[in-house]
Design a protein around this ligand. Structure first.
Ligand code: PA5
Length: 325
């Protein structure tokens, strides 16, 4: 798939919102009170939806909403926790292990997938399956992953329903998806550099998303960290220099002290000779703002792939590694 084709898929994100809501509705996930909240089990492009859902909800979350990137649930998770098993392919061993573990713990389960072994087992056992469209890279299905997590959080009493907020984001995000200038400028700025992406509060998981998209699409080293934590350790490494560009992700919903820390971190990094890029979310709701930064990072990663002369779509290193295990 060419850079242009992958850009086209990324730009589809705003159109996927309504489809994602419809697919969750069609799965008829039962409304069931889960005092233990929601655990989203998955890895890579299928895990990030759990983190982003938590970021979008912020202090609207009423119960725990956590992402489990592992082979097992936490030991305290049981029948009072809704477990969303999220795997684009449906064949990821970590997610299948969590699906099994959740069943053994007596936890109610939902599968979010295009098919594979996960869909097969879920159908056999009467577990609701939220269908995700096939034929795109897993990481390009981020709208389905985050909306699946948000709707499951609502169905188990962990959060209010954000349907109206999600529907309202489609128009403004379409405008951003068509934008060329900012993503191209940022891709140019990151060319040949090692990006370190910092987020804080609602932008923390977005920083992780930028890092993983830069890894998988642009095939670049990239790192991420969060504020305030990075101010207590990583700051010491700024003086070491290197081909580092620090990318700071800002949002109006951040704690005022995190916003102050971003200001100071940018100044200290620049004084140490690092290149710094400050990027702000856009939008009138938390969903729109978080997804505006996700969209921007996705576009930057694909454009950077183009500049570096690599194909953004295949992740042969990951596929090959899975085969050797
Ligand atoms: O983006 C990717 O291709 C990966 O990060 C995958 O999402 C990851 O390997 C897990 O696979 P799956 O999404 O099929 O569960």
């Amino acid at each position: 798939m060419s850079v242009e084709e992958m850009l086209g898929i990324v730009r589809e994100l705003p159109h996927q919102l309504g489809d994602a809501l419809w697919r969750v509705e069609s799965a008829a996930v039962p409304r069931a009170d889960a005092p233990g909240g929601l655990a989203v089990c998955g890895v890579g492009g299928s895990a990030i939806g759990g983190d982003l859902a938590r970021a979008v909800l912020g202090d609207r979350a009423r119960r725990p909403l956590r992402t489990v990137r592992d082979y097992a649930l936490e030991p305290w998770a049981g029948a009072d926790t809704l477990v969303l098993c999220s795997s684009y392919s449906g064949n990821t061993e970590e997610t299948l292990a969590c699906y099994q573990a959740a069943g053994e713990a007596g936890a109610p389960r939902v599968a979010l997938t295009t098919g594979g072994e996960l869909a097969r087992r879920a159908r056999e056992e009467g577990v609701p399956v939220i269908g995700v469209p096939g034929g795109i890279p897993p990481r390009a299905a981020v709208a389905y992953m985050v909306i699946g997590a948000l709707e499951c959080a609502a169905s188990c009493g962990a959060a209010p329903s954000l349907r109206a907020e999600i529907e309202g984001a489609a128009g403004p995000l379409s405008g951003l998806a068509a934008g060329e200038e900012e993503p191209r400028r940022l891709a140019e700025a990151l060319r040949g550099r090692v990006p370190i992406v910092y987020g804080g509060g609602p932008t923390a998981p977005v920083a992780r998303r930028w890092k993983t998209q830069l890894n998988e699409n642009a095939k670049r080293h990239a790192f991420w960290s969060t504020l305030p934590e990075a101010n207590h350790n990583e700051l010491c490494a700024f003086a070491a220099g290197g081909d580092v560009t620090l990318v700071l992700l800002e949002d109006e919903g951040q704690h005022e002290r995190i916003r102050r820390r971003i200001e100071r971190t940018a100044e200290v990094a620049a004084e140490a000779g690092l290149a710094v890029e400050r990027v702000s979310s856009r939008g009138s709701t938390p969903f729109e703002r978080v997804m505006s930064l996700v969209l921007l990072g996705d576009l930057v990663s694909v454009l950077l792939a183009g500049l570096e002369g690599v194909d953004p779509t295949p992740v042969e290193a990951l596929e090959q590694f899975k085969r050797t295990l």
